[in-house]
Design a protein around this ligand. Sequence first.
Ligand SMILES: [Fe+2]
Length: 338
Amino acid sequence: MTIELSKSPKIDSSLAAIVEDFGGRIVPLEPIGAEVSGIDLTAADSIPSEVRDALERIMAERGFLVFKNETQLEPEDFLRASCLWGGRELHSTHGVHPETPGGNPHIFRLSNDERHGIPDVGPQWHNDGSFLPATFSHSGYHIIRPAENGGGTHFAHQGLAYEALPEDRKERWRRLSSVNSASGVVHPLVHEHPITGQKCIWLHLGMTGAVLEKLPDQDAFRLLHADELKALCHEYNDILNAGLENGYATAFEYNENDCVFIDNLAVAHRASPEAHMPVEQQGLRIMHRSTVKGMQDLAPGFDLPQHVRIDGPNPVGEGVWQGGGVGFRWDDDIRMRN
Ligand SMILES: [Fe+2]
């Protein structure tokens, strides 16, 4: 597969001016993302709607925003700021670690030490809430304690990754739909982003149980066989990895007090390998994650249902149909967990 260079768009000057008029400053990070300073997230409720909308649009175009905070945000400040985006309310489906401040059910506390937070989450490319029809619109990451020797998050822009695909893959991938192994929810492999209209690729590499292919020129579907699904997962992994070299993905490292918000329909993410390395080697990492309610179902095309019984018998015919756990294992040599 040949991979072409993709470039993220510049920040529109009229959007940047809206942020600046409010006393903020926004600068692009390279190759994707943008850094915001001068906006007090402890007063998120007082941010005017036009500033919020401008930031949300820049987030969709560049994938994520890093807020540089003068002081450590309280958990409540972080959660209130999360509600600036998308569905504007929290939607939390995770377990609550005993060290979570106040036992707050909206904070997913992650760490490389299980005494401090839940370990080993998200080692492969994915989007949060892929088991829901309306996947989370946005996720937030508030670093409580960055590890001294690194351990951040990789982000890859899924619109720019689509553009980097060869034409034959674009055409084929537009005919594919994935089935979540945990819930049976069906999502298109290529969707149009609700804010930018950009075509974006979408696949969970640790929670996919089947992929359906709409046959060209026929009103019929087939299931991908194991060798085809393996190849697809590798190609998806490869095209996002290639962004690290070709300008549409980044290995982001957190600084103290950073608060990152991502557009969960525009960027895939995974924990960096260092994020899961032991405390003795990396230092202690503690992070709080929030998840924001989706705006609409990420519905498959071709009149496919939003939901199928992945835990029931295979209704399609020969091919991979695997409910539960991490779904189809496409590489036996890598850590896989959703
Ligand atoms: Fe995640």
